[in-house]
Structures are given as C-alpha cells and as structure tokens.
Design a protein around this ligand. Structure first.
Ligand code: S3P
Length: 429
C-alpha cells in the first residue's frame, strides 16, 4: 500500500477480536470439562499458533461458521508427536509452559527467530520451583525448551516486572498444584485470565495490597466449559483512534471494543493529551467491559509523561503512542518501559530509529525515549523488524507525513490484524 498524507478519516469499524482473550478462550476451553463455544474468535497467526498447539495435544477444536467449538479435555492432554511451534507468539509459549507443567509427558516448544530470542526464564524458574522439569538453551532461558510435568505444589511468587503472561502461566499451573498459588505484582497487569477463569467456574481472589496486586487460587479446581465472546481488540483499535485524532478531518466510531481498565491506558492518556475520546454503549460481555469508542480529530495535543506504573495498561500501544507524541506540543517522555526491548522486536530501538528517519527529534534511553513534538513528519522507508505493531504504527505515521512512506515487510501485520490495510482503505477512501 502506498502511504501518503490523507486529510479525511471517517466511518465505523469493528476491528478484529482481542488477541489476549482469544488465546485464553482456546486454552481454558481446552482444559475444561465439556464444550466451550467461542464467538468472534480472532483468526490471526498468533492465535492460530495456540489453536494448533492444543490440537497437537489431542484437543478437538471445530469451526462452525464464526463460532469455534472446543471439546474440553479436563486437563487430560496427549503427548505431542512433534515439537510445538509457537511461531511469533510469546503468549502461546509462556502460557503453554504453565499448562505443560501439569502434564506427566515430554514436550518441546520452539518458535520463530524472534521468539527464540525472547526471555523465558521468567516463567521457567517459577514453574521449576513448583516442581516441573524444564530445560532449554542458555540455561533454560531460550527456546526450544523441553517440559516434563510433575506433581506440582503451589508457590507464593513476587513478579518484579508486572507481566500477564507470567501471572497467567503460573495460575494455569496452579490449577493442578497442591495447595495455594499466589502471585504478586507491583502494578496490575491485564486480568483476562482471572476474569475468564471466573467465567469457567474457578474461584480465585484478587486484591490490592500495600506491596502490590495479589492474585491467589487453590489447586485442584475444575473448569466448566461455557460460552466466551471475544470483543474487539483495543490494541488494534488504537491505530485508528490515533489516525482519527491526528487527521485534519477525522471522526471514527470503533465498535465493540474491550475497555477493561487494565488495557485502556492508551485511550486515557490520549484524552489527557487533549484528544476527543468518548466511550458509549458501555456493557459487560463474558465478564469483560465492552463499549464503542467515538474519536474525533483534535487541533492541538499537549505532551505527556508515561512512567513505569502506566506501562502495563498500554504496553502494546507504546509504538502508536510514540507516533501521537511526535505530533504533540512539547516534549513527551516514556520511561520505565525496558520491557519494550524484549517484545516481538526491540521496540524502543525500532520507534527511535523510524521516528528519526521521519525527521522527528528523539532521544533514546535504556528504558524509554523522549520525543519533541512537531506537526511535520516526512515520509520514509520503515524498518518493521517483522514486528506487527511497528508496521501498523508507522503506517499511520505515513498517512500523516509529507511524501511517501514504505514498509520493508507490511505482511507482518498478520500476527494480530491480517485485514489491517483493507480496513484502513475503507476509512480513508
Ligand atoms: C499479553 C501480555 C503482555 C502483552 C502481550 C500479550 C497477554 O505481555 O505485551 O502482547 O496476552 O498476556 P507481558 O505479560 O509480558 O507484559
């Protein structure tokens, strides 16, 4: 797609469903008793990696039109006949380790080049302390990693870096552990696993303490198959919210979006910058808050500062937030975001390099960056590092810049949003 400056963005859009919720719907459905009916499941490269993994573990999953039916295994999975490939998906690999740790058989998980470089010790270590046997390259930190599960015991774990993947992996293992599993985080990370476990009939406690956010559950509980609805992904909708805000003539209604407070930090910060963001038609579906988001263009935006405690609720939106910051008045900061260096790409490097190529003034820190706003970006050749969120964020930047922008690999959007460019065309034509 030829990316050049546009003026008008108008229309209504229901972006594809939430990736985190879609992964969890398959995982919890696969572990439960009876059937689970999943509505509006996200079909993307990442979520298909999870679906294929559970098929390899003997779980029957059928598609009926737009609905997926999962025949639950009640935690009785089969030894896979081959290595499981989580492809580009950190959520698939890390949550799988929690599940595989409960199983007596041998399995190996690998991934693509990016995932094989991402740290796994954050789940491998606590799972080993629960009693599972895991090993892999670089002392168990890198894929391929082998697992042989065992009789697990519950642990009390302080997760220094808030991470929903770590929390979820340990909760899944905790379901089959003896005693109580408790996980504390300095700031609450996305809570879809906790909410969905409740929908599947599991009892758990979540509370804010003076040391952080605590989740605990007792082992030995069963999950009961149910119906799960997957709402539109706020991380995918964020690209259109940014475009509507920054375009000269923008008005977009984003339908059916997940507005869970552990996920909507981007929209709250955008509003703080002066954007016109309105939640309407707010309701609760399958235990998750959902609404329509009306976004209109804003003449001016002011710079903001993002700190460590803000990061978990907008971790995946930082690339597109950086693009918005490049158009705000003043210097914006993102700090306490070192985790971005170990996402699908080193996102701090990718943001800094690409914004600089577009003519922005950016300073790089180990844990973030500073961006001096300007209303004038110029088109550039974007290095995506095969990272879907970098590709989509800089496509939006290209539609707001003077001159032409090209991406080295537009195809990588398939990881979370295969129809991204088609949807974009619908709103700007
Ligand atoms: C996810 C959690 C986040 C997020 C990722 C999806 C999840 O990672 O960046 O895209 O579905 O649990 P961390 O938990 O490592 O922060």
């Amino acid at each position: 797609m030829n990316l050049t400056k546009i003026k008008k963005v108008r229309g209504e859009l229901r972006v594809p469903s939430d990736k985190s919720i879609s992964h969890r719907a398959v995982i919890l459905g696969a572990l439960s008793r009876g059937k689970t009916y999943v509505k509006e499941w996200l079909v993307s490269a990442d979520t298909l990696a999870t679906l294929r993994a559970f098929r390899m573990l003997g779980v029957k999953i059928r598609r009926h039109g737009k609905e997926f039916i999962i025949h639950g295994s009640d935690f009785i999975l089969k030894e896979p006949k081959d290595v499981i490939n989580a492809q580009n998906s950190g959520t698939t690999a890390r949550l799988l380790f929690g599940v595989l740790s409960t199983q007596p058989f041998y399995s190996v998980v690998t991934g693509d080049k990016s995932l094989r470089n991402r740290p796994m010790l954050r789940v491998v270590e606590p799972l080993k302390s629960m009693g599972a046997h895991l090993d892999g390259r670089e002392g168990g930190d890198k894929l391929p990693i082998s697992v042989r599960g065992s009789n697990l015991k519950g642990i009390s774990f302080f997760n220094k870096k808030a991470s929903a993947q770590v929390k979820s992996s340990l909760l899944l293992a905790g379901l089959r552990a003896q005693g109580i599993t408790e996980i504390m985080e300095p700031y609450v990370s996305r809570d879809h696993t906790e909410r969905m476990l409740t929908t599947f009939g599991v009892k758990l406690e979540c509370m804010q303490t003076k040391h952080g956010h605590l989740v605990k559950l007792e082992g030995g509980q069963s999950l009961v198959g149910c119906e799960v609805y997957c709402p539109a992904d706020p991380s995918s909708a964020a690209f259109f919210a940014a475009l509507a805000t920054l375009a000269e003539d923008g008005e977009v209604l984003l339908k059916d979006v997940l507005i869970n407070p552990t996920r909507d930090g981007f929209y709250r910060k955008l509003k703080e910058m002066g954007a016109s963001i309105e939640y309407t038609n707010v309701r609760v579906v399958s235990g998750e808050p959902v609404g329509d988001i009306l976004v209109k263009s804003s003449k001016t935006l002011k710079a903001i500062q993002i700190d460590a405690e803000d990061i978990p609720s907008m971790i995946d939106e930082i690339p597109i937030l950086a693009v918005v910051m490049a158009f705000a008045d003043g210097v914006s900061y993102v700090r306490g975001a070192k985790e971005l260096r170990v996402k699908e790409s080193d996102r701090i490097k990718a943001i800094v390099e690409n914004l600089r190529a577009m003519g922005a003034k950016v300073e790089e820190y180990e844990d973030g960056f500073a961006i001096e706003g300007t209303r004038l970006l110029k088109g550039a050749f974007i290095k995506t590092y095969d990272d879907h969120r970098i590709a989509m964020a800089f496509s939006i930047a290209g539609l707001l810049a003077q001159g032409e922008t090209k991406l080295d690999n537009p195809n990588c959007v398939k990881v979370s949003y295969p129809e991204f460019f088609e949807d974009l065309k619908k709103l700007i034509s």
